[in-house]
Design a protein around this ligand. Sequence first.
Ligand SMILES: C[S@@+](CC[C@H](N)C(=O)[O-])C[C@H]1O[C@@H](n2cnc3c(N)ncnc32)[C@H](O)[C@@H]1O
Length: 387
Amino acid sequence: MKTIRVNAKGAKRLREFFPWVYKSDILTPLDFEPGELVEARDEQGKLLAKGYINPHSTIAFRALSYKDEPITKRLLKSKILRAAAKRVKVDTNACRIIHSEADFLPGLVVDRYDDYLSVHFQTAGIVRFKEDIIALLQDIFEPKGIYVKGDRYLPQKEKVPSFEEIIGQIPPKVVIQEQGIKFYVDILHAQKTGFFLDQRKNRQIVTNYIKPKARVLDCFSNTGGFGLYARVKKQANVRLVDISQEAIEMAKKNFALNEVSGEFVVANVFDYLRELRKQKERFDMIILDPPSFAKSKAKKSTALKGFKDISVNAMKLLNKEGMIALFSCSHHIGIEDLRKVLIEAAKDTAKMVEVVEHMYQDIDHPYILNNEFSLYLTGLLCKVEDL
Ligand SMILES: C[S@@+](CC[C@H](N)C(=O)[O-])C[C@H]1O[C@@H](n2cnc3c(N)ncnc32)[C@H](O)[C@@H]1O
């Protein structure tokens, strides 16, 4: 196996079990094929980790092991089994089984939807293990079908081709259940791997605060996760808004599947909230779960403006003692940022805001303290009052 030398800064981070080495911390010339297996050693030659390298990526090295052990199919199997064992507490037929670095398999995402798996390969390094990983997933989980996808950014970011493959059969719609609520998942065409599993716990937390028959506005609803919980569990009057026609069509089907009614709007939330203000509409709970506006640090300040805009408009649309749930699904905008956004929005609208819940990604998306990037979904649930 080839070796890379890592500077003191990169070595310290690897010793603290951070899983990456940035290009700028590698001393060796980056004369490697995308995804080649390498050993990372410090300047004194001491082994730090084994993993894969990609000279085209800013995150050049990703660790697969911090021990002096061979990187084999057997090692992959033990990682998959360990990840699966962690999920036994997730009481549903849909769950993330492998969450990339947070399950020590960088670049690999595996979601289970009932009897089917959706498997996404996000780096050149993990693509090299594709055949072994698929064989192991087949042996361990015995799925009826596997959807295998090479991330669409692979050619651009990692300089390897993207791909798509179906093993066995994937039906057009799979039914999953959360807390007795049913959702259709279109594994082949939906956003992400099919469903926003990471919000499962937060859907329940938010629903706990919804009063029976309340008016709920589920913004950035996708296929209706939050809204459907509110409708089924609290008989709330729910309106869903999403910019994606496909997501709203699926949301309608999900409401029908659970034999409940709702209102569905295809719109840009930024414009729609302004429209609702003109119409003087009012709601008791507004959920704001936007996409990742800040995929990188550089986009943070623009993203924060967007967060503030929707927060101010949402606060102005609330009934007395109304509530707002604001989420960020980007590591670059964390709970402290959300807090600041809401403080600014409270000032602009002259409201008193009380935080009642801090929310994070559900446990099948592990948060490893040694890797700050593994915490990526945060949210605040607040009561908003006029004094
Ligand atoms: C993080 S997902 C929401 C997940 C959803 N809350 C759930 O529980 O399944 C973000 C959603 O925002 C939608 N979206 C992106 N930009 C939008 C915009 N400007 N206005 C409305 N929806 C938007 C996307 O189509 C996507 O469905």
